[in-house]
Write a protein that binds this ligand. Structure first.
Ligand SMILES: O=C[C@H](O)COP(=O)(O)O
Length: 248
């Protein structure tokens, strides 16, 4: 079975009001490709404006808190991002796991909060270069997946993103055979964690995906889409990735 491709742009800490026109241009390209799903996750400051400007297009958040309200200075809840217009949230990105000391348990709690709010979740997992060099990549990624995996998972709202930390923003991409091995391992692990329906959970690849390598990466078995950083910031760069996915 082949899942519908899903291409998600993670703008990280990039984007001011002036860049709303880029989101509108990306939304226009996405609209021409109804056979795939496309979303952009801008900084939280742009969610409401982007959702208002592009009401037919999926806007997401890059994180949210596991509690619905309370004394958590600087945080936003799943309900808050939903009210702002988000339809999904990225969770457990390696930059947050590293910078904010997010644990697997935190990511799992956030995923369950996101589900309760009626949003989609993209849970990120990935090994460091040292872990890969030690031959522990699959073990580490499957361990993260197990620890972060929500109870009552369902493909309707849950997506997994495999992002080797050493490939993020570096221009380095794993060998196709390594991507294949890891996505197959993730698929099998999801099967053990949730049983029926595991084959429908989409598994995205992330890390230096661009218009030149997208077709090859997206053709790997069990790669159901991409989580794209730098190359999602403009329609010029993101458009070719959307086009490549739509052709598969
Ligand atoms: O969430 C996106 C990833 O971290 C990939 O970023 P990148 O495409 O800039 O390597």
């Amino acid at each position: 079975m082949t899942n519908r491709k899903y291409i998600v742009g993670n703008w990280k800490m990039n984007g001011m009001q002036a860049q709303l026109s880029d989101i509108a241009a990306i939304a226009e390209i996405a609209e021409q490709h109804g056979e795939i799903d496309v979303a952009i996750c801008p900084p939280v400051t742009l969610i409401a404006a982007a959702a208002t400007k592009c009401p037919q297009f999926a806007i997401g958040a890059q994180d949210c808190h596991q509690s619905s309200s309370g004394a958590h200075t600087g945080c936003v809840s799943a309900e808050m991002i939903r009210e702002a217009g988000a339809l999904l949230s990225i969770l457990g990105h390696s930059e947050r796991r590293a910078d904010q000391y997010e644990t697997d348990a935190d990511v799992k709690a956030k995923a369950e909060a996101v589900k309760a709010a009626g949003l989609g979740a993209i849970i990120c997992v990935g090994e460091t270069e040292e872990e890969r060099d030690d031959g522990r990549a699959v073990e580490v990624v499957c361990g993260q997946l197990e620890g972060s995996f929500p109870d009552e998972a369902d493909a309707d709202w849950l997506t997994i993103a495999y992002e080797p930390v050493w490939a993020i923003g570096t221009g380095r991409v794993p060998e196709t055979s390594d991507v294949k091995e890891m996505h197959e391992a993730i698929r099998n692990k999801i099967g053990k964690l949730m049983g029926d329906g595991a084959e429908k959970v989409r598994i995205l690849y992330g890390g230096s995906m661009n218009g030149g390598n997208a077709a090859e990466l997206l053709s790997v078995p069990n790669v159901d889409g991409g989580l794209v950083g730098g190359s999602s910031l403009t329609a010029d760069k993101f458009g070719p990735i959307i086009d490549a996915a739509a052709k598969l």
